[in-house]
Design a protein around this ligand. Structure first.
Ligand code: PMP
Length: 356
């Protein structure tokens, strides 16, 4: 039986989507084959791919001067691909957690990285106010991660920058409306709010693409992928198809306005409960708490394993925090309904009464 899945990624996918995909698994429409067995250049597949792209453009209100790419490689590949495409000399990076740290480490191989703000000294418990970021005048770009999946720390408002802004939105994309115009590039691994792993979505300003370096292998050039409509080589066809199903589901639910409301409601309930208890704690600064990933500690970490065993028996899965920070983490992406969070809180209350 399916249970509440709080995994940070690959994460829960709506049951409506899974059932729809199941119904088409053996044969897509009247094509005689499954979608997985079809040429990516067939008219049938091209119609699926184009519709997914159009729906994403619609959901995020992506302006016409942006390209939308459906690629492979994950967000990790972008950590390297961004500096090799857009690095001329130096770039500004904001250090707010594990993922931005990895992005910095990778970029340092290709250009001079200027860390213009950091919360590392304070254990990544907040995001430095963008007004305090020490922007360089001539940075090739500014990179930040609006939602650090492991620490559960987020910047909820996009900074305004003079130089091109690039955001790793892997764990926050599609959780609420954004103004794409603030960014030169947005990238996200699919396996949280978009669909199955294997797909990376990239939204990139056409003018920014013109600045890319030329002396690279074609497969690493964003502009070549854009020219080929993400079909320079075989794209992750099944993941792209499933992403399209998720986009339709988002639209049917009421779009990002609906998800923003639901996501804030879920996160508020959970944080309010954690803050009201002396048994559980979350030490992220209030205004920087993530609405997608809620880490929390138990008063006594010797109880961690028992908490995980019992939660699993109660149908609440994958609550273990990342090994680098310990404790627990509830990832509550779009596909986690309010009911799942209510059940989690109810379990946490009972566990506290038994052990507090
Ligand atoms: N950035 C963020 C914010 C992430 O959460 C993750 C994955 N959890 C990554 C990058 C790395 O993504 P991938 O595994 O798709 O390379």
């Amino acid at each position: 039986m399916r249970k509440w899945n709080f995994c940070a990624g690959p994460a829960a996918i709506s049951e409506d989507v899974l059932l729809d995909v199941k119904s088409e698994l053996l044969e897509w429409k009247d094509s005689g084959t499954s979608i997985m067995e079809m040429s990516h250049r067939s008219p049938e597949y091209l119609s699926v791919a184009r519709e997914a792209k159009t729906d994403l453009i619609d959901i995020l209100n992506i302006p016409e001067n942006y390209d939308v790419l459906f690629l492979q490689g994950g967000a990790t590949q972008q950590f390297a691909q961004i500096p090799i495409n857009f690095g001329k000399k130096s770039a500004d990076y904001v250090l707010t957690g594990t993922w931005s740290k990895k992005a910095i480490s990778e970029a340092s191989n290709y250009l001079e990285v200027k860390t213009i703000a950091s919360s590392e000294q304070e254990n990544f418990s907040y995001v430095p106010d963008p007004n305090s970021w020490r922007f360089s005048r001539d940075a090739d770009y500014v990179h930040y991660c609006p939602n650090e999946t492991i620490q559960g720390v987020a910047l909820h408002k996009a900074p305004i920058t003079k130089n091109p802004l690039i955001a790793d939105m892997s764990s926050v994309i599609l959780s609420e409306p954004i103004d794409v115009k603030n960014f030169s590039m947005i990238y996200a691994g699919a396996q949280k709010n978009i669909g199955p792993a294997g797909l990376t979505v990239i939204i990139i300003e056409k003018e920014f693409l013109l600045k890319s370096n030329n002396n690279l292998a074609n497969i690493l050039k964003y502009d070549e992928h854009a020219k080929a409509d993400s079909m320079l080589n075989t794209p992750p066809t099944f993941a792209w198809y499933m992403a399209g199903k998720v986009f339709k589901w988002i639209k049917e639910c009421g779009g990002l306005k609906f998800f923003k409301e639901q996501n804030y409601k879920k996160a508020k309930l959970l944080y309010e409960f954690i803050d009201s208890s002396s048994f559980y704690s979350n030490n992220i600064m209030l205004e920087n708490r993530s609405i997608m990933n809620v880490p929390f500690l138990l008063a006594d970490d010797k109880l961690d394993n028992e908490f995980l065993d019992k939660s699993k028996k109660n149908g609440l899965l994958h609550l273990k925090g990342h090994r680098s920070v310990g404790g627990m983490r509830a990832s509550i992406y779009n596909a986690m309904p309010l009911d799942g969070v209510i059940e989690l809180i109810s379990f946490m209350k009972d566990f506290e009464i038994e052990n507090g």
